[in-house]
Design a protein around this ligand. Structure first.
Ligand code: HEM
Length: 143
């Protein structure tokens, strides 16, 4: 019989050991859908961000961001099958992503992440990525 791994990561003191990739650990597709739908509820109220989305309804944008995030975190690769290589910075060039837009994006995303009630470790992991990615997306300092 092999010894149990003494450094197995656990979700809480009494919790089960953590298995699977991040996407699985946080609940798979339904969790990412909740995240992105909640995020776009915030975008829909935002006078700076909303005009950047020309389509009358945000459904297409919701599907693209959900698919991208699922793929990034270990879920199905549907995003790239449909959209090719993400090239996110390039795809954001048509939009004026200044620090104000970035901070608004992050504010709506923070509310969306909060709504999931993830474990502190999962929350911190997801948030660190989103913050870094949002800072990397800034393409102008014009007001
Ligand atoms: C920093 C502020 C940001 C702004 C203002 C912004 C705005 C936008 C806009 C207007 C679109 C076009 C809507 C669409 O057709 O999907 C878009 C697309 C997209 N954004 Fe952002 N975005 C930001 C940051 C991010 C970040 C941090 C990520 C990833 C973590 C991201 C991921 C995506 C993806 C995956 C798409 C769809 C790309 C495609 O396949 O065409 N965005 N974004």
């Amino acid at each position: 019989m092999s010894e149990p791994n003494p450094v197995t990561l656990r979700l809480s003191q009494s919790g089960e050991s953590v298995q699977g990739n991040f996407w699985e650990q946080v609940g798979g597709r339904p969790t990412f859908e909740r995240l992105v739908r909640r995020f776009y509820e915030g975008v829909a109220t935002d006078p700076v961000l909303l005009p950047m989305y020309p389509e009358a309804d945000l459904e297409g944008a919701i599907q693209r961001l959900t698919g991208f995030l699922e793929q990034y975190w270990g879920g199905p690769g549907t995003y790239s099958e449909e959209r090719g290589h993400p090239r996110l910075r390039q795809r954001h060039m048509p939009f004026k992503v200044n620090p104000d837009a970035r901070d608004r994006w992050l504010q709506h995303m923070r509310a969306a992440v909060d709504s999931l009630g993830l474990s502190p470790l999962h929350d911190a992991t997801l948030w660190a990525y989103l913050e870094r990615a949002a800072h990397a997306m800034v393409n102008t300092f014009e007001e």
